[in-house]
Design a protein around this ligand. Structure first.
Ligand SMILES: [Zn+2]
Ligand SMILES: [Zn+2]
Ligand SMILES: [Zn+2]
Length: 281
């Protein structure tokens, strides 16, 4: 295999869009239009062996995509917010919840808070913990997975110890590089510098929680913040003409539905994610 396939399983912020308790105009319009305007909580699958985040919508996402996690080797968490991690659901990795459990433990990477949540929720289930090889992610410390993929956790502008990730697939897997840039506001200088020094990105994902709102782009970004960060990555050589630039992690409070987001990003060469979007590089 020489290429990389990224499947975006969910593309919403924490409450989903439409949000369960909300009848704002943007939730009502999403219900009316349907299609790409129906967004589950964020998460992604790379090929069939590497997953980023494991939120509450994961079961239904695997069902809807017709895919499984039976070949999962690595699970990486960006941060400890509940739309990105729900440790109890990792219980399904052992029999009788699966009849095809992994032959060897899944490597599970996360910051100290994430690993603490996993231990808290599954600590009384040693048979589950045994199937998870827990690895601590530390800021700016690259970690090589048993299969040869490299993870570089970079500082995010979000909550304490949240990371954005640069993931480079093993040479055997084609060596493609992904920047998983959410959840975050405008990227800290250290993150931009590290990306500039590394391999050119094949795919870059950006946080667009705030949509069309004009904000300071702290904690999360809107369209203007994403455009700014995409330009910054291009200027520093981390993104090239070949890099697929994609905005994701949208909220109803951002005000722009899918079709309007597509229009806003079109002049900037940035794609708008939707649930089930597949990107091959
Ligand atoms: Zn989030
Ligand atoms: Zn709403
Ligand atoms: Zn978050």
């Amino acid at each position: 295999m020489t290429g990389m396939e990224l499947l975006l399983l969910g593309t919403a912020a924490a409450e989903g869009w439409p949000a369960p308790f909300c009848r704002c105009v943007n939730c009502e319009e999403a219900r009316r239009r349907g299609g790409p305007n129906i967004r589950m909580r964020s998460g992604a699958l790379i090929d069939d062996d590497l997953k980023i985040d494991y939120g509450a919508d994961t079961v239904v996402q695997m069902q809807r995509s017709g895919r499984s996690l039976a070949n999962l080797r690595t699970l990486v968490f960006t941060h400890q917010h509940s739309d990105h991690i729900i440790p109890q659901e990792l219980w399904w990795v052992i029999p009788p919840f699966t009849q095809t459990p992994p032959a060897s433990p899944i490597t599970v990477c996360g910051n100290a808070q994430v690993l603490e949540l996993v231990r808290q929720d599954l600590g009384n289930r040693p048979e589950v913990i045994k199937q998870l090889d827990l690895r601590l992610l530390e800021c700016m410390c690259p970690l090589t997975m048993p299969g040869g993929d490299t993870l570089l956790p970079l500082p995010a502008d979000h909550i304490e110890n949240a990371f954005v990730l640069r993931i480079t697939r093993s040479a055997a897997r084609g060596g493609k590089t992904l920047f998983y840039g959410h959840d975050s506001g405008l990227y800290p200088e250290a993150t931009l510098e590290a990306l500039a020094k590394g391999p050119a990105l094949d795919i870059a994902l950006f946080d667009c929680t705030n949509g069309g709102l004009k904000t300071e782009n702290r904690g999360h970004m809107g369209v203007d913040g994403v455009v700014k960060m995409a330009a910054e990555l291009r200027r520093r050589g981390a993104a090239t003409a070949q890099t697929r630039l994609i905005a994701t992690h949208f909220s109803h409070n951002g005000g722009l539905l899918h079709e309007e987001l597509v229009g806003a990003f079109l002049p900037h060469g940035i794609d708008v994610a939707f649930d089930g979007m597949t990107v091959r590089v």
